[in-house]
Design a protein around this ligand. Structure first.
Ligand code: ATP
Length: 439
């Protein structure tokens, strides 16, 4: 794991928040490459869960909501709280379920004080007066914004059940023990889809979405042996869930949840109806019945799936991959990210940097491709070194402009995974790369 964390910092994927002030625990900043990659993860999810679907629409709700929402959703009561234990000696706090079998503090061996409930909602104040009336919370899950807009979306988009509403956005939880890099943080991002259906269809759709979601990870290159779906028993389920499956990924620190699929029943709409006084039942025009739809939720953490994609793609090759030259015999890092997730799609490299004509031609190719693909131009160091550098950040294709290019108007296109090179006319590059990217 340490090697991945160090790659993230070295190559601009992820930085510790407020690093120059000694860091701000449990918050991270995504650097130039991490930002691109995170956007690609979100884009891939949105394409699959909204664009490609006939009856799922998107939403972008505010992070701050009326505190009444959180009262009704059960987040301000025991439902959304972890059991906390505290060490009498060093006063460190731990989640009870994480150190369940220990009777002593794992850090200093001190005595642990009995568990108590700790609410995970992050409080904030809205307006200039810091009193109770102005208190609200940073949302702990994006889906509440969907439930309170159920009727707005239904009416404005003329939706008919079954249908879904999807959203990507920030969520905040005052986690007791944030850990494992970006795996558990206090500020994170979620991609959630809420599927509204007839209660008797809920089981069928639960299974359907479970399969679809597992397929999504596999289609984006996650190895099937590193994925599993675990049925969560009643006593461990979220407070709203009638049925729950956790999709887990085998991280270097063990199997951990990256996505939850929940059958939330009518918990959310019925509670919001009760608390708001607004009838949120769905009216079936054919049967003339009103009922609360059941909700099947698919909820992924952007940061957690980002970490899973990185871990799955990371490879170290001792003594390097190039067997034909003696140039590099050091350990090479190869990030075999799916081309859709890779932050940079194409690198443009002049063979050498001290030939102005070659550099000019390479810059022309770079400018030509830039509007279509996220590109990088690099002229520093030997060509072998530059290939290593782009392999390390997962660039799927590297284009080299050489002396032939000046005469023939062509370049070599190198594939990251096979290292095979093909000669292509510059005028065909956009078409060929587009086909490769979408193929
Ligand atoms: P955990 O048991 O790991 O705390 P959870 O069951 O509380 O997670 P859900 O409420 O089901 O998580 O949230 C759905 C998804 O949101 C999770 O699968 C995860 O990917 C993401 N997520 C939840 N909490 C965090 C966090 N603190 N940091 C990063 N991602 C998170």
């Amino acid at each position: 794991m340490q090697k991945i964390i160090s790659l993230c910092k070295r190559r601009g994927f992820v930085f510790q928040s407020s690093e120059i002030y000694g860091g701000f625990k449990s918050c991270y900043d995504f650097g130039p490459l991490g930002g691109e990659m995170k956007n690609n993860v979100k884009r891939a999810w949105w394409k699959e869960m909204v664009q490609m679907q006939e009856n799922i629409v998107g939403l972008d709700a505010a992070i701050l909501m009326s505190p009444k929402v959180w009262q009704a959703s059960g987040h301000l009561t025991a439902g959304f709280a972890d059991e906390l234990v505290e060490c009498k000696k060093c006063h460190k706090r731990f989640r009870q379920d994480e150190i369940a079998r220990l009777h002593k503090c794992p850090d200093c061996g001190g005595e642990l004080i009995k568990a108590r409930k700790f609410n995970l909602m992050m409080k904030t104040f809205v307006g200039p007066v810091e009193d109770e009336a102005a208190t609200t919370y940073l949302r702990a899950e994006t889906c509440q914004g969907i439930y309170v807009n159920f009727e707005n979306v239904l009416d404005s988009m003329r939706m008919k059940i079954p249908f879904g509403i999807a959203q990507i956005g920030k969520a905040f939880r005052n986690e007791i023990t944030p850990r494992n890099f970006i795996f558990r943080t206090r500020e994170f991002e979620q991609m959630e889809m809420q599927w509204f259906c007839e209660p008797k269809q809920a089981k069928k759709y639960f299974n359907f979405w479970k399969e679809e979601r597992i397929k999504w990870y596999k289609n984006l290159g996650i190895k099937k042996e590193n994925l599993r779906a675990i049925e969560v028993p009643a006593e461990k389920r979220a407070h709203y869930a009638k049925q729950q499956i956790d999709i887990e990924y085998k991280f270097p620190f063990g199997w951990e949840e990256i996505e939850g699929i929940h059958n939330r029943g009518d918990f959310d709409l019925s509670n919001h109806s009760k608390a708001s006084g607004k009838d949120l039942r769905y009216y079936n025009e054919e049967t003339r019945e009103r009922y609360f739809p059941y909700i099947i939720e698919t909820s992924v953490g952007v940061d957690r799936s980002f970490l899973a994609f990185l871990c799955d793609a990371y490879q170290e090759i001792r003594e390097g991959r190039t067997k034909t030259t003696k140039a590099t015999k050091e350990t090479e890092v190869l990030l075999k990210l799916d081309k859709k997730i890779a932050p940079i799609k194409v690198a443009v490299l002049p063979l050498v940097k001290n030939k102005p004509k070659l550099v000019k031609k390479a810059k022309e190719v770079y400018q030509l491709l830039k509007p279509y693909f996220v590109c990088q131009y690099d002229e520093v160091g030997s060509i072998g070194r530059r290939y290593r550098r782009v392999d390390e950040i997962g660039v799927p294709w590297a284009i080299t402009v050489d002396f032939e290019s000046l005469k023939q108007e062509d370049v070599t296109l190198r594939d990251r995974d096979t290292m095979k090179q093909e000669r292509l006319k510059i005028k065909d590059l956009i078409k060929v790369l587009r086909e490769k990217l979408n193929g």
